[in-house]
Design a protein around this ligand. Structure first.
Ligand code: KG4
Ligand code: ZN
Length: 335
């Protein structure tokens, strides 16, 4: 089995993955959402402290399986430095005590493997990656080589939901909260935000202007009085719609330029139902097979890290103890 460890942001998670039979044997995560919620976003020092407490607990539970572990796959990039350190040091310590090799896994590649958790990966593939830290369109060739087709120039898709939620006091993480508030909208045409970069020829994303449009509306409403639940729902609806419109607008441009046979949507924010159904329509329009990760494995988890690690294990792509380094930021080559 491969032991997977994930601690790149605010989820501590471990998983055991059966290499031969492509089966997830064990997966558990301890989320820090509640603790960070009080601050309206992730506090790195707090995240680091919570990882230090959670990871040993999660590992203790699978101690009886230690004898079956053949390698340890750990997220080493990208993410919050202080969070990544927790998982990587735990992986290093265990690799010495169990005498097994280390595998470094890129968190974003982990998200891609959430599409193929218990099956062989099917490439080539186009991917929309939407998380709290990233918004990217990726082109993956038959051999798994990754090229970047588009990314965000400022905030990410998920981050913009978190920021809107913070402005509206909806708690952290904001994605689910904004989505459920939007579902209670009564007056769909009440707020009209403009779609970012609509007439801009660049294949790129930008969410900070949209966030500011939302801020201005909230301030206007606050000048008149308190924000009602209805105000919040109507704003969330308009925001979510325009954010998804923006994703789709640039994605359709890419679909027109490249004929994807297969397309996957991954990352924590791929749980957004509005976005999922829009991409579903786009794929059927372009006669392209759509792959979606199970909702449970959209957000950060160690199952996808162990699964991605399995590919490296088969190719014997191990990393030496001293050479396993942390990269908080990582970039893919542009197409
Ligand atoms: O992949 P992930 O778990 O962590 C990162 O690697 O960033 O993604 C978390 C992000 C958060 O920004 C969260 O608000 C967003 O995904 N998210 C959503 C939804 N569920 C989670 N955004 C929009 N709609 C959702 N339903
Ligand atoms: Zn993630």
């Amino acid at each position: 089995m491969i032991l997977g460890i994930e601690s790149s942001c605010d989820d501590s998670s471990v998983a055991l993955f059966d290499i031969k039979n492509l089966k997830l044997i064990h997966h558990k995560k301890i989320s820090q959402d509640e603790e960070h919620s009080k601050f309206g976003g992730v506090v790195p020092e707090l995240a680091a402290r919570l990882h230090t407490a959670a990871l040993p607990k999660l590992l203790e539970e699978i101690k009886p399986n230690f004898k079956d572990i053949k390698a340890i796959a750990v997220t080493n990039e990208p993410g919050l430095t202080v969070s990544l350190v927790g998982g990587v040091s735990m992986a290093k310590a265990l690799s010495i005590s169990l005498n097994v090799p280390l595998i470094a896994v890129n968190h974003l590649i982990g998200h891609i493997y959430s599409l193929f958790l218990e099956e062989e990966a099917r490439f080539p593939l186009g991917v929309m990656l939407v998380s709290g830290g990233h918004t990217m369109i990726l082109d993956i060739d038959e051999k798994g080589g990754i090229k970047l087709l588009a990314s965000t120039m400022d905030d990410s898709f998920g981050e913009s939901f978190d920021k809107v939620a913070k402005m509206l006091d909806l708690g952290y993480p904001g994605g689910v909260e904004v989505q459920s508030a939007a579902q209670r909208c009564v007056q769909k045409d009440r707020f009209k935000f403009t779609v970012p970069l609509l007439f801009d020829p660049r294949t790129a994303y930008s969410f900070s202007g949209l966030k500011n449009q939302v801020r201005v509306e909230i301030e206007k409403l606050k000048e008149i009085g308190n924000l009602s639940k209805q105000d919040i729902s109507d704003i969330c609806y308009a925001f979510e719609n325009v954010a998804c419109e923006h994703i789709l607008n640039k994605l359709e441009k890419v679909f027109n330029e490249r004929k994807f046979r297969r397309f996957g949507v991954v990352g924590g924010a791929s749980a957004n139902l509005n976005l999922r159904s829009r991409i579903e329509n786009l794929c059927s329009k372009f006669d392209c097979e759509l792959l979606l990760a199970p909702l449970k494995f959209c957000s950060d988890n160690a199952a996808m890290i162990a699964r991605a690690g399995r590919e490296k294990y088969l190719k014997k792509e191990f990393v030496k103890f001293d050479e396993l380094k942390i990269n908080p930021r990582v970039k893919f080559d542009e197409a």
